[in-house]
Design a protein around this ligand. Structure first.
Ligand SMILES: Cc1ncc(COP(=O)(O)O)c(C=O)c1O
Length: 386
């Protein structure tokens, strides 16, 4: 263990499982550790650094705004916030043009749940098995994995989980007290599992028929990750609330949720956030949106993601159960635990993630060059043979 690692261990709570590497620098799709070793980054800070690291346009936007005004709560109006809201409303699915700005994915989900209860006056939520929506109490109640929940009960009441991608189960669970259904288009932490178009469209239809709100959680899938600006667009979904975070501000902490016209009753003063909508994060997010659109990165993610998936599928190994995903959100499910393979990949200069215990997850920056993908595929092939 290096001295940096010892210092972190000494003064942090110890709640994180960390890998024995100290990352000190990044550029594009590459990272460097304290000893100068270079890695291809297929984690992107857990789906955050979609434009890669140290992007000059984002860095400049942050630096310029830091010199101008960092903080300005929503007690006041602000130029950077107004600009971002306008740009965001132009890229969210039709009708989702009122937006609450916050600081993380879990906070976006928390706010979405609160708005759903406030607007409908109903208490209950339906989420799905293997869903992940965050770690604060409300979002955790919507998260499925019992190992994330068990030390923190009692969690807020009114949540139930039904099997994912099974429309009948969703229909059976709905009743007059259901405020909203909460879904990921592709379950991320739950193992990179895309839902079928029929399920997602059927869920939307059911929600409209039964006067229930549909919350789509795009914290991981948003901002081009799946090959569309929002994953909803693959299936023409128009949720009532859409949550976002991760890649939104190029690595600065930021989250948001957008609401549609079925979210009607909003009482002033019932929700807020000190840091939400701060000019620094807004300036960064504005720059991110410009680059994503200007460089057509969602389209690039679709193309390059299809290539990456095909190449992973072509690896001949009896250890692989399935390769799945959408755009540059890819999972390789193994028939065994992935931890040793993640370590092997790190030794070979590739940083990837796990999703659960048996899925290798790849969330590279959307700007990853094709040669890096070829290198990653050969390293995955080798590590599976070792
Ligand atoms: C779909 C989804 N929702 C919510 C969250 C929570 O986001 P955060 O870690 O920013 O609180 C995550 C994080 O992985 C996520 O994937």
């Amino acid at each position: 263990m290096s001295t940096i690692q010892e210092r972190e261990e000494r003064y942090s709570t110890g709640v994180y499982n960390k890998r024995e590497v100290t990352i000190v620098r990044g550029e594009g799709a590459h990272l460097w550790d304290e000893h100068g070793k270079e890695y291809i980054d297929c984690a992107a800070g857990m789906g955050v650094a979609s434009l890669g690291h140290a992007h000059p346009i984002v860095a400049e936007a942050i630096a310029a705004q830091a010199r101008t005004l960092i903080t300005c709560p929503e007690l006041f109006y602000n130029d950077q916030r107004a600009q971002l809201l306008e740009k965001l409303a132009a890229v969210t699915p039709p009708g989702l043009d009122r937006i609450f700005l916050c600081n993380s994915g879990t906070e976006a989900v928390e706010g979405a749940l609160k708005f759903a209860r406030m607007s409908t006056g109903k208490p209950n939520f339906i989420a799905t098995m293997r869903a992940f929506h965050g770690r604060t109490m409300g979002a955790l109640a919507a998260t499925w994995d019992p190992s994330y929940r068990k030390y923190f009960e009692p969690l807020p009441e009114g949540f139930r989980h039904v099997p994912y991608d099974k429309l009948e189960a969703l229909e059976e669970a709905m009743d007059d007290n259901t405020a909203a259904v909460l879904l990921e288009v592709v379950q991320g932490e739950g193992g990179v599992r895309p839902a079928s178009a029929a399920y997602l469209q059927g869920a939307q239809e059911l929600c409209r028929q039964r006067d229930v709100l549909l919350i789509i959680d795009e914290v991981q899938t948003g901002f081009g990750r799946t090959g569309k600006f929002f994953a909803c667009e693959h299936y023409g979904l128009q949720p009532d609330i859409l949550t976002m975070a991760k890649a939104m501000a190029g690595g600065l902490p930021m989250g948001a949720f957008a609401i549609g016209e079925r979210v009607q009753t909003i009482h002033k003063g019932t929700h807020s956030s000190t840091f939400g909508g701060n000019p620094l994060a807004c300036a960064a997010a504005s720059a991110v949106l410009d680059v994503l659109q200007g460089q057509r990165l969602p389209e690039y993610a679709a193309e390059v993601g299809a290539y990456f998936k095909e190449r992973l599928r072509a690896i001949d190994s009896s250890k692989i159960r399935e390769v799945r995903g959408l755009g540059l959100m890819l999972g390789m499910e193994l028939k065994e635990k992935v931890a040793p393979y993640l370590r092997g990949l790190m030794e070979r200069g590739v940083i990837a993630l796990a999703a659960g215990t048996t899925v290798l997850r790849f969330l590279p920056p959307l700007i990853i060059p094709i040669e890096d993908i070829d290198t990653v595929v050969s390293q995955v092939t080798e590590v599976l043979q070792a």
